[in-house]
Write a protein that binds this ligand. Structure first.
Ligand code: NAG
Length: 412
């Protein structure tokens, strides 16, 4: 499931700080990091009794972790100890995301049941932390189009992973450590790794091993949002005061869903916002010929058939230069995709943008080193005649992986 989006360096400080996008990015599915040299260690299924200790281990190492939490799984999140631990990890700057209320397999649920599983978790975060999560990790990593569109309507992207330690699937600690060693031996650009907060040996053995290993190899241990260069939350407001209604009684049991005596909650929870609404995840990527960081892959206009050409990068980012990676599509203006004109396979066929259509093979791309390849063909996105002059049109050409086919991405 690795989608190898390779960031060939060049995330300058000014660009990294300038999250001033002019449009709301479509929530999407992330199964790998974007930024080079970042590793995000993610922990599912808590909050449980190891949360505070894992949080402390990362904090002591100057590192950050990510926790995808359930409301009613190994413990009830409204247990006062769990409330206190969740606040503690959040205050330490670790990222908190939703893993849904009861860890039911969302692909087996009806639409109101999926909404309920997401609602109850969002309500707990709104109450305890005063946050609206921007990421939801579907239990078991299982999702379908319905799950994706419900998450999108709630402003959430789906959070998957590209390496699994198997710590909750019966792997011994030695086997899980071998996964970390594999990551290092593969000399990955980045990694998004799955662990579970609920395993004693993950806390006692895997976390110290991973922190030491990855830091000794020079990787940055960051949150999932940081490794993507996006915001972890849709909004940060203020926590609420606890009341007796903060309970897991009368809610779906672990693995179960609403229905019968339990009403399905299909709305959105009350959110107390007195502070900044940071907005959903800015995810635009600027694509430069590797030869010239000041030039950007640009759509000539926002209409179907508009040419794709090279132009000077517009400072602060521009909607005509901000591309979003969504599965194998490279999107722009929210609904348009990088597209091979008429799907012609001849060398020299020019690229255009066209309304995205799922399954349209003219719009499918993969990142391979610094090349952008047309999936299913041996053609690459190519700078015509190697010229970085403004207005030069972009074409496909048989992949040579030469200088005309080398592209560098920076995050807006
Ligand atoms: C378990 O460990 C083995 C050996 O390190 C590894 O190949 C595998 O991916 C791990 N994960 C699972 C889910 O088995």
């Amino acid at each position: 499931m690795t989608f190898g989006l390779v960031l060939a360096g060049l995330v300058t400080a000014s660009i990294a700080q300038g999250h001033h996008l002019e449009y709301r990015a479509t929530p999407q599915v992330y199964d790998s990091c974007i930024n080079a040299n970042d590793i995000a260690l993610t922990f599912d299924d808590g909050p449980y009794i190891y949360l505070r200790d894992i949080s402390d281990q990362f904090t002591r190492a100057g590192a950050k972790a990510t926790f995808f939490m359930n409301g009613n799984n190994w413990d009830c999140i409204y247990n006062p100890d769990r409330i206190s631990d969740v606040k503690y990890a959040f205050a330490a700057g670790h990222m908190i995301g939703s893993h849904t209320w009861s860890h039911a397999d969302l692909t087996s649920l009806s639409t109101p049941q999926i909404q309920d599983a997401m609602f109850r978790m969002e309500e707990a975060f709104s109450r305890i932390l005063g946050i609206k999560p921007a990421f939801m990790r579907p239990p078991f990593g299982d999702y379908n189009n319905n799950v994706q569109s419900i998450a999108a309507a709630r402003g959430q992207s789906l959070a998957l992973w590209d390496w699994d330690t198997g710590d909750a699937d019966g792997n011994t600690t030695a086997q899980s450590e071998a996964v970390y060693n594999d990551v290092v031996n593969a000399k990955v650009k980045n990694a998004l790794i799955l662990e579970h907060e609920t395993e004693e040996t993950t806390d006692s053995t895997l976390v110290p091993y991973a922190i030491n290993l990855f830091q000794s190899k020079g990787y940055n241990l960051v949150t999932m949002a940081q490794c993507l260069g996006v915001d972890p939350y849709q909004a940060i407001g203020v926590p609420q005061q606890q009341t007796p209604s903060w309970t897991c009684d009368g809610t779906p049991d672990p693995g179960a869903a609403c229905g019968g005596s339990i009403t399905c909650e299909t709305g959105t929870p009350t959110f107390s916002s007195t502070t900044t609404v940071t907005g959903p995840t800015p995810t635009a990527t600027y694509i430069h010929p590797t030869a010239s960081a000041s030039k950007c892959l640009t759509a000539a206009s926002n209409t179907d058939g508009a040419a794709v050409e090279i132009e000077d990068c517009i400072s602060g980012g521009s909607t005509s230069q901000g591309w979003t990676i969504s599965g194998s599509n490279l999107k722009i203006f929210g609904t348009k995709c990088l597209d091979v004109t008429n799907g012609a396979t001849a060398d020299g066929t020019k690229l255009q943008i066209w309304t995205c259509a799922s399954g349209n093979t003219n719009q499918m791309w993969a990142f391979s080193g610094s090349a952008i390849t047309w999936t299913g063909h041996s053609s690459c996105v190519d700078l015509t005649d190697g010229s970085t002059a403004n207005g030069n049109l972009i074409q496909i050409w048989t992949c040579t992986f030469g200088p005309n086919q080398q592209w560098t991405q920076t995050i807006g």
